[in-house]
Write a protein that binds this ligand. Sequence first.
Ligand code: GP9
Ligand code: MN
Length: 627
Amino acid sequence: MQMNKFRMPLFIIATILFGIKTYLVYRLMFDLSIENPLQEFILLINPIASAYLIFAISVWLNPARQMKYLRWTSLIGSLILFINLIFYRNFTDFITIPVLFQGNNAADLTGSFLTLLHMQDVLLFLDVAIIWYLSKKKFNLSINLPQTGKIAATAVTFLLLAGNVVLAEMERPMLFVRAFDREYLVKNIGVYNYHLYDASMQTKTKAQRVLADGSEISEIESYLDRNSPDGNNKDVPLYGIAEDKNVIFVSVESFQNFLFDSEINGTEATPFLNDLKESKDTIWFKNFYHQTAQGKTSDSEFIIENSLYPLGRGAVYFTHAQNEYHSLPEILNNESYETSVFHANNKSFWNREVMYDNLGYDQFYGEQSFEVTSENSFGWGLEDKAFFDQSIKYLKEQEQPFYSKFITLTHHFPFELPEEKANIDQYDSGSKTLNHYFQTARYTDEALQSFIQELKDSGIYEDSIIVLMGDHYGISEFHNKAIGEFLGKEINAYEHTQLQRVPFMIHIPGYENGEIREEVVGQIDVKPTLLHLLGINNEEDLTFGDNMFAEKGKDFIAMRDGSFVSEEYIFADGTCFDRESGAPLEEEEANQCTPIKEKVDQELQYSDNIIYGDLFRFYDFGQSEDQ
Ligand code: GP9
Ligand code: MN
């Protein structure tokens, strides 16, 4: 038989077939949202890069083994894709190792396997069939390269991978460190490399956990007893003031305190919140700091739920979603609260569905619980007004008392709002982000106002307390110039730290003794404070926070980067400032920051050790932990 002179080696044919097949499956069978041409391009090249990575290894094998290798790797690769597809159809998510081994998931899948199977799934194996056919000896498609050729073929792997990683980082900066969402990872590095990434994360987490033992927890316990004695005290003001009341906790996206009482062209940016913070039924902590790091909203949730610090690297919601925690929802469940979360985003964002389940929430109303249309959504998705409006019916279904956490979405970077929905002008500066920031803040302010009204109309308001908290900053350092102009001062390390103040208001209908409190507090303090207000015993808890109404156990709010705020000082960027005046302190005086800084570092280290070593599995939290 006459063969063509040029024979394309099978590993190249396999790369093209397998790569294009995977791309088509991403596009046609998974529901991945593609927002721009760069994403589309990355989606096309990443499966080619992954396929090449696996198939190019074959050049190091002898011809017979080469063919065998290509047959089996293409089959295994296709099976991986197929299993992910089945999993995706059930969970709208990609497999992670811990999720795969979570008994109920596997059971869920086997139970519904047949219904999840579609006729066209056979096409997933079409390329495998072709590769098997072409691997027959008669086609002679193996390749025998000299040593340098083998090395060159392998080098291309690294080029392709590096190209993919660079593009992915361009498209989604810090993708690998922050991880965000599995869909982003798959879109950017492909399902196969995603599994490698997931496996390496898993190995690291497992190793740190295995090496930990229970001995350190008693050291941490005695540190906390000395520094954050959080046992409730009935003599402390407001103990049990909200006993048996519902708690409606609203995490307000990207809201910073500088928005309060600010005006654009003579119009108040946030009139409703301006009034609420000074209402006779509100206790407003004006020096409340967020303490989040790379996990942004999820970090703020983590801090509130556990009174532990987030991690310096990555989002703990992703990296340690399987740990044992002694969380706020778990404690409340044991006190017969119904606990739930409302957030109209993809359930897998920040790994929420996995983490929420572990933390013990009874219900998670994610995107699928809401009616999202093109009229009521833009930017990140469902607009806050529709979100709150549609939540009321679910809230009414909760058994009382309930604890419900709402996470808003509209006031999120890049803070874009359709013009007809804006009731305030844009700001005018060199930063588009800051210019838009006031419009979405105003929108969310209005959404909160109608939410409170709806709570009143539905009769829920009177039996509830409403806690409003900002999750983290919205305007990053990148916009220091514009924000400096807006505030009329230069943003140095001191001002930057002060800009990390976010709202924290406790609104108690009928309270009448509202006040504005000045003490330095932070997200870490929320859990013990809420338990205090609810009159729930937390004697056995291990938390790094303090009850905001009690004499403080320690005098600082630690930021994840090691900076801190105390009543007297602010330490940031290696400089010790006077908190009141903002003046940097000179040598002698600056030494005052040193002992506090040592404690801050120690405390962050202890918190990290708890998380990395999963140390709570060695601690007995007493009768309240009977889940
Ligand atoms: C996503 C929302 C925003 O669901 O919570 O997250 P962020 O980017 O602010 O961390
Ligand atoms: Mn957020």
